[in-house]
Design a protein around this ligand. Structure first.
Ligand SMILES: Nc1ncnc2c1ncn2[C@@H]1O[C@H](COP(=O)(O)OP(=O)(O)OP(=O)(O)O)[C@@H](O)[C@H]1O
Ligand SMILES: [Mg+2]
Length: 551
């Protein structure tokens, strides 16, 4: 939305005085910010012809949870045919805004206008009725129902005798998948579908409900590159059918690839809405963090590697990974690269003892670990930041400070008691380093935003000063402002002699941080690169196999 659009779009619509005033206020603030951020520039009105009013407008929404003001001024406008990015640091209020659109939270103040009519959403069913659908990072389908049943749950077409008309349901689902250009079988059971396919089922469900506004909340976080491409194809189809998409991601390259417009939030407030064209990644980051971000490209750890700390020999888990051997020396950062699904996380889980393995050995500092025994791994000095942090990394109803201290209990315990003051000091320190945003350290960790919860898991293990640290996707869900900080922390740890094993799907992260890179493909180590020999191309080729690349 741009300054002139407001005049053209709203000049003709007969609106109540109050609404016109609010609109005006929002318009002024939007334009003001556009001006401060990039100067006034001509406006592209291609997407919003006069009379083409927004599908959805959230105006000055506020939401508090007890003393925490999660949202102070949540404002966003969506037109049909528009893909808009919603950006902001961890804790900026994005998810809270989304939950208001989804009818999960009711705002304390502000208004929501859908199709020109002010609405109050008293629950998710009402959001659905208003044509708003939210696609979450990890959908929750019913595993034992078919794809079509999941799409039509609660409103299956019935034939005479109240029998569910399976055929009608499946035909409708098939028609929608065809429209989306995705070959999914409506009759298959949902169990075992990839996350990417599950999201497509949710998008299909949204379309079957005639949703016009589709909110995608960090949808790409757990997808492979090819799956992201497919999601973008589907998004373009939605766009061509004049739906409005609100796209949330911490990956700016994705934002530039798929969005035309952007809204940035900071500290619970709308700070900028603009066309994306003409803006650089730096412009966006500046708007998000409210200041210039110091340039600090990550470098390899620079430490001279010492003795082998972690040795993995011929590790095999049938059907999952085969014959995995490698060493990580003290002071070294070794990255496990490869495509999502190549077995990287499975190797990490087996090394730490979460999963069993069928053959091979894991040795830490010369001491052979017991199979499938995380306590033995921890006692030997391994720290593990898992991929799925919420399920495997945190105790949700424990406080922020208890969670951070959880892995360091031995160090903080004195005379059998954990000293609360030590716990607090440690947490305060880490919260500052990782810019964790919280109300009180004694609040349950479940009150933190998604990205801030992830930072707590990182703090928990980094604080333990492990001899070996395994991190799976260390910056997933973490905002651009803190990514560099996490990279620096990993580098510092290595300089202090920690052996770091890092799994990452982000090539720049691997290329920037790792001293050595092992690329996995289909459960095996397919290639090894030194920091100097590695390039994006070389890593991709190794990850995909020569065959596919040269086709
Ligand atoms: N149920 C809740 N109780 C208390 N505080 C909450 C609750 N939900 C959110 N908050 C707080 O509101 C603020 C905004 O959180 P929100 O989840 O909207 O951020 P976000 O922009 O989605 O961040 P992220 O990028 O980390 O996902 C945070 O400070 C968070 O701690
Ligand atoms: Mg969030």
């Amino acid at each position: 939305m741009s300054c002139n659009d407001w005049d053209s779009a709203f000049g003709r619509i007969d609106m109540g005085q109050g609404r016109a005033e609010t609109t005006d206020k929002l318009k002024r603030s939007t334009c003001l910010l556009e001006q401060t951020h990039k100067g006034v520039r001509p406006v592209d009105t291609a997407e919003s012809e006069p009379g083409d009013w927004p599908l959805l407008e959230l105006r000055h929404a506020a939401k508090s949870f007890g003393a925490v003001q999660a949202l102070i001024d949540g404002s966003v406008t969506l037109h049909g045919g528009e893909v808009r990015a919603l950006l902001g640091e961890n804790g900026a209020g994005k998810s809270t805004l989304v939950k208001i659109l989804a009818g999960v939270h009711q705002p304390d103040a502000g208004s929501l206008v859908v199709n020109g009519r002010e609405v109050t959403l008293h629950g998710p069913a009402m959001a659905q009725e208003a044509g708003i659908a939210v696609i979450y990072q990890e959908p929750t389908l019913f595993p034992d129902l078919t794809v079509a049943e999941n799409m039509f749950i609660g409103r299956q077409p019935v034939r005479s005798g109240r029998r569910i008309d399976r055929k009608a349901m499946q035909d409708e689902a098939a028609r929608i998948f065809e429209r989306l250009g995705v070959p999914l079988d409506p009759a298959r059971i949902a169990r075992g579908l990839s996350i990417a396919d599950q999201q497509v089922v949710e998008i299909g469900k949204a379309l079957s409900l005639n949703a016009r506004v589709i909110v995608m909340a960090e949808p790409t976080a757990a997808l492979s590159a090819a799956e992201v491409d497919r999601l973008f194809e589907v998004t373009r189809t939605l766009q061509s059918q004049k739906a409005a998409v609100l796209f949330i991601s911490h990956r700016l390259e994705e934002v530039f690839a798929i969005c035309q417009t952007v809204t940035v939030m900071r500290d619970g407030r709308h700070v900028m809405s603009s066309d994306l064209e003409g803006l650089s990644a730096n412009d966006l980051v500046r708007a998000m963090v409210g200041r210039e971000l110091a340039e600090r490209p990550p470098g390899e750890s620079g430490a001279t590697p010492g003795e082998p700390m972690l040795t993995v020999e011929r590790l095999t888990r049938e059907g999952v990974f085969t014959d995995i051997s490698f060493t990580v020396r003290s002071g070294e950062i070794v990255a496990l690269g490869g495509l999502v699904g190549s077995g990287r996380s499975e190797v990490a889980r087996a090394v730490f003892g979460i999963d069993r393995y069928d053959a091979g050995n894991v040795t830490v500092n010369g001491q052979k670990l017991k199979k499938a025994a995380p306590t033995s791994a921890m006692a030997a000095g391994i720290g593990f930041v898992p991929e799925d942090r919420r399920q495997q990394g945190l105790v949700m109803d424990m406080s922020v400070q208890q969670n951070v201290a959880l892995a360091s209990l031995r160090d903080l315990r004195k005379g059998g008691l954990i000293r609360a003051s030590a716990e607090r000091a440690m947490t305060t320190d880490w919260a500052a380093r990782l810019k964790i945003k919280y109300g009180r350290l004694t609040d349950p960790v479940s009150m933190l935003s998604g990205g801030n919860q992830q930072k707590v898991v990182l703090a928990k293990w980094l604080g333990r000063k492990p001899a070996v640290l395994i991190v799976d996707e260390p910056t997933r869900g973490i905002d651009v402002g803190t990514k560099a900080e996490v990279h620096q922390l990993l580098t510092d740890l290595a300089r202090n002699g920690v052996a770091v094993l890092m799994i990452s799907s982000e090539l720049p992260e691997i290329l920037g941080v790792a001293d050595r890179i092992l690329v996995m493909r289909e459960g095996r180590i397919a290639a090894e690169f030194s920091h100097a020999d590695a390039s994006e191309e070389a890593l991709m080729t190794a990850a995909m196999g020569q065959h596919e690349v040269t086709q």
